[in-house]
Design a protein around this ligand. Sequence first.
Ligand SMILES: CC(C)(COP(=O)(O)OP(=O)(O)OC[C@H]1O[C@@H](n2cnc3c(N)ncnc32)[C@H](O)[C@@H]1OP(=O)(O)O)[C@@H](O)C(=O)NCCC(=O)NCCS
Length: 182
Amino acid sequence: MNFNPFPEIKTDRLVLRKIEESDADIILFLRTDKTVTKFIERPENRKTKNKTDAIKFIREITEAFKNKESFSWGITLKNNSTIVGTICLWNFSADHKIAEIGYDLNPAFQKKGIMDEALKSVVNFGFSKLNLAKIEAFTHKENESSLKLLLKNNFQFIENRKDEDNPNNIIFEIEKPAINKA
Ligand SMILES: CC(C)(COP(=O)(O)OP(=O)(O)OC[C@H]1O[C@@H](n2cnc3c(N)ncnc32)[C@H](O)[C@@H]1OP(=O)(O)O)[C@@H](O)C(=O)NCCC(=O)NCCS
């Protein structure tokens, strides 16, 4: 499937748009703020420490999108183009049937149902436009807000799967609903 231009997504309150180099300051904030990153462990080579790293990261996700390796959206409110959070589908399986979802939100915009709205639209995009069979989520076992978000969106806890790279993570998945199946 060809995604040119970038597949912007609109919901009732939100526009999920392409992340540009001009968004580097907010990307740096989201990837360094202590509240946002409390439960997110990134390997040293994926850490964003300054604006140069943030620009490099944005270039990497732009390139990954062109290569159909990942989709990263900046979440904005309809009346303001400033990014308040991000959401992505990445880590695709070789057959492109499974992807992992990731997300973060500026604390000033949490507890308003914004990520709930964004996640629903991205899950729907994954199943209907990318024809994914399954979407996975790896989340820290004590990340209550993230656990709540996944459970209320029908992600199932997969008890017997372990994250080999991070024993603190637990794994959830959602399968393509029958209504989306061809
Ligand atoms: C995980 C995260 C995105 C969840 O954000 P959130 O704002 O709590 O999630 P939601 O969008 O689902 O909002 C739900 C809350 O908004 C409230 N809410 C208010 N208005 C609402 C509306 N119109 N619709 C739905 N919920 C609404 C809900 O009652 C709920 O509150 P509660 O948690 O007290 O029950 C956020 O905590 C975050 O960015 N954490 C840091 C990054 C992170 O850990 N990412 C996960 C990595 S795996």
